[in-house]
Design a protein around this ligand. Structure first.
Ligand SMILES: *Cc1c(COP(=O)(O)O)cnc(C)c1O
Length: 221
């Protein structure tokens, strides 16, 4: 199927409360432009080098989201234009984003990547660590970073009940943080969960942003 058909099919399934991040990593700009032509404006990339190569070649109204592991020494390359960083996995990284956002005269939106998967290979904040961070006022400590919510990934498994459990745990944590007196509920409202294989479950469990690559663009080489 054409990219525009794939996008249309996915959009039909998304409630109004859920935004679609088109994950375009490993695909060439011409392919991204097909999605752009079909009305897609939010694109997600996972490697800094690839993102900074594509960004100037795409129209200026594209909203770029960073979803991969981000090394602190590379934040400066994306700070001038990145709209949201989904994959904040340490306070140190937050500090660097804050510094580089200030330099660029911007505010950068960010999500705290939180580890809810039962498998051990995923990284990010632990559930307790995340809660602790927000209880300590971390959510509003950084003047140039708006911490808008959480991001998480489920275990890579065929066991859809396990996937559901993990998404549910992330949603529960999200609600706990929203209920803290320290939390600005007008800012902290995004829950980024769901990929090609599990976004239906993620939406049922309260996702507000799905990150979909394969189902839009096909396989990656
Ligand atoms: C690659 C990637 C996706 C998209 O995965 P698909 O299975 O192709 O939809 C989503 N989130 C993150 C963090 C990714 O790295």
């Amino acid at each position: 199927m054409a990219i525009s058909d794939n996008l249309a099919a996915i959009r039909m399934e998304l409630p109004d409360t859920v935004r679609l991040v088109a994950v375009s990593k490993f695909h060439p700009v011409a392919t991204l432009m097909d999605a752009y032509g079909a009305g897609q404006r939010v694109f997600g990339e996972s490697r800094v080098q690839e993102l900074v190569a594509k960004q100037p070649l795409m129209p200026a109204d594209v909203e770029w989201h960073f979803i991969g592991t981000l090394q602190t020494n590379k934040v400066k390359y994306i700070a001038p234009f990145i709209s949201m960083i989904h994959s904040v996995d340490s306070v140190r990284l937050l500090q660097e984003i804050d510094r580089r956002a200030a330099e660029a005269g911007r505010t950068i939106r960010a999500l705290i990547e939180t580890h809810v998967a039962e498998e051990t290979t995923k990284h990010g904040f632990g559930i307790d660590e995340c809660l602790e961070f927000f209880r300590d006022g971390g959510g509003s400590r950084f003047a140039n970073v708006e911490i808008c919510g959480l991001m998480g990934m489920a275990t890579f498994t065929d066991d859809m009940e396990q996937v559901r459990r993990e998404f549910r745990a992330l949603k529960q944590l999200f609600e706990e943080i929203r209920a803290l007196p320290e939390t600005d509920k007008s800012v902290f409202r995004e829950l980024s969960m769901g990929m090609s294989d599990d976004y239906h479950i993620a939406i049922e469990e309260g996702s507000t942003m799905v990150r979909i690559g394969t189902k839009i663009f096909g396989g990656r080489t």
